[in-house]
Design a protein around this ligand. Structure first.
Ligand code: NAP
Length: 269
């Protein structure tokens, strides 16, 4: 893409930004869609200065990542209801100097699970951070029964209070108690790819296993699930879908298609 006077500036903010694939995802999508824009990674710890920077430069679309997804919320002008309920913002759109906060992880999760029946199913959710809250929001709205497990039990209890279900101990569970396992911890992510977020005895053929970790594409958890014959859902699919949804919200254009999602998965894998 050639930079001109009409090139729009977008950004991703977080700290550190070493593992983010958002700039590659956005840049590839802009090229395919003929959008004259660039996404710059801005690694900063000065979150309080970010809204003024967005308005001044201006930055049109800002992807927000760790550790700012929660603390940016009170700094914005308007929050969409889903972001408010999840308690996290991963997207800020600058509309004529007013900053709107969204959570497109919600869309990414819905997209990744689009072929899974969730109603009445027992879902074991591993982790209780921002991504887990987005999963709990989606899954509880589809009337699944949530079981939470987290290193810090108090955070699992906070999700349970908000989205229903129960906090469990994996020791007390059997694989037959679980229809779906969703990993929303970073366990298994590069460089510690040997990590396994759940005891493998709990994985069974009749289950669906969804790992939000997308680097590597096939985590140890997903390899295990495949070996057992379970259905697997890749975190990269969610990642691509949430990124394209950011572009849809920014441009107001319908751009998401299976073809574009497949192409981006191929480029990023
Ligand atoms: P977060 O807010 O920091 O939460 C991390 C969660 O994982 C916390 O519940 C934490 O437990 C738990 N955890 C972290 N390290 C652990 C360890 N060594 N052992 C046990 N539990 C551990 O992070 P997040 O934003 O929710 O992201 C979680 C994961 O989802 C990351 O790997 C991220 O890359 C991935 N993600 C993927 C997508 C996608 O599009 N595919 C989108 C968002 C996030 P404590 O509560 O005890 O600290």
């Amino acid at each position: 893409m050639k930079i001109s006077n009409l090139t729009r500036l977008n950004a991703i903010i977080g700290y550190p930004l070493t593992h983010s694939q958002s700039p590659s995802l956005h840049q590839t999508a802009y090229q395919r869609l003929g959008l004259n824009a660039v996404m710059l990674p801005i690694a900063t710890t000065q979150i309080n200065s970010v809204p003024a920077a967005i308005k001044t430069l201006p930055i049109h679309l800002t992807a927000v990542t760790m550790p700012f997804k929660q603390i940016i919320m009170p700094l914005l002008d308007v929050l969409e209801p889903a972001a408010r309920q999840v308690g996290a913002v991963n997207t800020v759109v600058n509309k004529h100097g007013k900053l709107y906060g969204y959570n497109t992880d919600v869309f990414g999760i819905q997209y990744a699970l689009r072929e899974c029946e969730l109603k009445g199913k027992n879902v074991l959710l591993l982790g209780a951070g921002g991504a887990a809250a987005a999963v709990a929001y989606v899954v509880s709205r589809q009337k699944a029964r949530l079981m939470y497990v987290n290193r810090t039990p108090g955070k699992a209890a906070a999700l349970q209070k908000k989205f229903g279900g129960r906090v469990v101990k994996t020791k007390q569970l059997k694989s037959k108690d679980i229809d779906m396992i969703i990993n929303a911890t970073p366990i298994g992510m590069v460089p510690k790819t040997n990590g396994m977020p759940v005891d493998s005895r709990l994985i069974a053929k009749r289950q669906t296993v969804f790992d939000l970790v997308y680097n590597p594409l096939q985590t140890r958890l997903l390899k295990f699930a495949e070996l057992r014959g379970a259905k697997t859902v890749f975190g990269l699919e969610m990642f691509v879908a949430q990124g394209l949804r950011q572009i849809e919200i920014w441009t107001g254009r319908k751009i998401i298609s299976l073809r574009l999602i497949k192409l981006l998965i191929k480029r990023l894998a």
